[in-house]
Design a protein around this ligand. Structure first.
Ligand SMILES: Nc1nc2c(c(=O)[nH]1)N=C([C@H](O)[C@H](O)COP(=O)(O)OP(=O)(O)OP(=O)(O)O)CN2
Ligand SMILES: [Zn+2]
Length: 150
């Protein structure tokens, strides 16, 4: 059984060497879809009986470990020296420095790695993060699916 929880956040980024508009500083309302795979809890009297995982718990873990950190932040590639310098010149600016260019593919991969550690360690019946889908715009998205699941 799989379940999916959708969360949204706003963030700025740029793709430094992009051939067109995306090299400019700009932002998106990202849409993150988190899909978990597991068995339905059948324990009598358990608050999550009949669920793979309570959607409220799916949300709170994602908020704590990823979404609150990226929301209203600027996501910058560590090699983007000029923009990093600019961001560092603003006291208290919410900046997330990434080891890769913040394309939607790379952001989805980072999100998958972060969230897999969170959900895979969580109590649940065979609970695993199955897929992360990240929309950069309503028309553009990337999927990361757990290896071996296809
Ligand atoms: N493979 C990728 N291509 C592009 C990425 C990316 O992350 N991966 N990112 C961008 C830009 O950052 C931008 O987010 C996309 O803009 P755009 O192509 O204009 O997307 P729209 O949905 O707004 O396009 P419409 O033409 O309005 O439908 C570029 N490429
Ligand atoms: Zn963009």
């Amino acid at each position: 059984m799989t379940i999916t929880r959708k969360l949204e956040f706003d963030a700025g980024h740029r793709i430094p060497d992009h051939r067109s508009q995306c090299r400019n500083l700009h932002g998106h309302r990202y849409v993150l879809e988190i899909t978990l795979r597991g068995d339905v809890v059948e324990t009598e009297g358990a608050p999550d009986r009949g669920m793979v995982m309570d959607f409220a718990d799916v949300k709170s873990l994602a908020m704590e470990h990823l979404v609150s950190r990226w929301d209203h932040a600027f996501l910058v590639f560590e090699g983007d020296a000029r923009v990093r310098e600019f961001l560092e010149s603003m006291p208290e600016h919410k900046t997330v420095v990434l080891d890769r260019i913040p394309t939607v593919e790379n952001l989805a991969a980072v999100a998958f790695d972060v969230l897999a550690q969170v959900y895979d360690a969580h109590y649940g019946v065979n609970l695993r993060l199955h897929q992360v889908r990240l929309y950069e715009t309503p028309n553009c998205w990337a999927d990361v699916v757990r290896e071996g699941a296809l």
